[in-house]
Design a protein around this ligand. Sequence first.
Ligand code: ADP
Ligand code: MG
Ligand code: MG
Length: 250
Amino acid sequence: MLEIKNLQVKLEEEDKQILKGVDLTVEAGKVHAIMGPNGSGKSTLSYVLSGRDGYEVTGGSATLDGEDLLEMEAEERAAAGLFLAFQYPVEIPGVGNMTFLRTALNSQRKARGEPEMSAAEFLKHIREKAAQLQITQDMLKRPVNVGFSGGEKKRNEILQMAVLEPKMCILDETDSGLDVDAMKLVADGVNALRDAGRGFLVITHYQRLLDHIKPDVVHIMSDGRIIKTGGPELALEVEKNGYADLKEGA
Ligand code: ADP
Ligand code: MG
Ligand code: MG
């Protein structure tokens, strides 16, 4: 499903190589986690996959169901089924959450050549998702993220993911220091959306998140490369011994 081969990326502005040959395959139905020390290139990987400006791919490939992601514009990647969580944490005053989500969903459907959802169909769709995620009607109606608490923003990001029904979800838990409640929210959301047809790439600095989202595969990234891959026990090993041992062993 998501297949990354020898991906090499440098900054556009500076002559600095960040990803030095990343190999990674995430199969449908699986949750892969990437852990690694700060500055190892985890966020860069998620940004490059989602099509953010400022990075230059100097080698390798990334495909989703065989389609070349790197050739696509960011919107095309989204339409192809790639979702980067925490992509839309922005506040949009004056635009109701539901309206925003319906517009996003329909623009993706249009790009895929699918019919748009009518207002009535969408209402049914979003109500189902909201109920599944315990999201209140009030949150659906409020302007996007305006005045949302940290927890509500997280919940809303999970709702975006649920409504758009992507094939591949990338979550980059930056070093923002999620509190335990927010972490649990994210984990419950991911667990609710786990599906045989959907893959997840969960990037996290913290082992704690992986106590709640049980990954199928754990990768350790260091200095722009995946240096080790294993099962969930690898996350525990890192928690116990840190990254230094792994680097020496790599
Ligand atoms: P991680 O998410 O693993 O902490 P990042 O992908 O954020 O790592 O960063 C990897 C390296 O690339 C770091 O050394 C960081 O300073 C550098 N880097 C990433 N993006 C930029 C940028 N836009 N400008 C300058 N340096 C950057
Ligand atoms: Mg960082
Ligand atoms: Mg990061």
